[in-house]
Design a protein around this ligand. Structure first.
Ligand code: ZN
Length: 131
């Protein structure tokens, strides 16, 4: 995978990893915790890593630790109940620029929250729009 990460770094392409539990019965649950991606983040400081689902439902703290520790790591709100965003992602004033709205399956009413709240959405990422 190192070559893939290097290519993604070179072309400014983010890499998304699913984190947290999945409902699919035939899925390997071995690589679901956010801290598993620490080595990749460390070895590839220019690679943008997105930890989808922020480690839902048990490992949100690990996801927040990752975005706090690494400049190149982000989480998304996909499958995270929007009523819990402020609990799941504390210190939004410090980490908000590292949280991506629903990049991977924005369900659980996320769109409703955005349309009815005072949330301001802006993209913290600069990715290659050509590829
Ligand atoms: Zn996912």
């Amino acid at each position: 995978m190192k070559e893939v990460y290097q290519l993604c770094e070179k072309f400014h392409l983010p890499v998304v990893f699913h984190t947290g539990l999945t409902a699919q019965k035939d899925t390997e649950q071995k690589f679901i915790r956010p801290l598993i991606f620490e080595e990749i983040a460390e070895e590839n400081p220019d690679l943008v890593l997105i930890l989808a689902h922020g480690g839902k439902p048990h490992w949100h703290t690990e996801a927040v630790d990752m975005i706090t520790k690494f400049e190149n790591v982000y989480v998304d709100t996909g499958l995270v109940d929007p009523k819990n965003w402020e609990t799941v992602f504390p210190n939004l004033e410090k980490t908000g620029h590292k949280i991506l709205f629903g990049s991977d399956l924005p369900v659980c009413g996320s769109y409703n929250v955005v349309s009815t709240s005072k949330l301001t959405l802006k993209s913290p990422l600069k990715v290659n729009p050509v590829l």
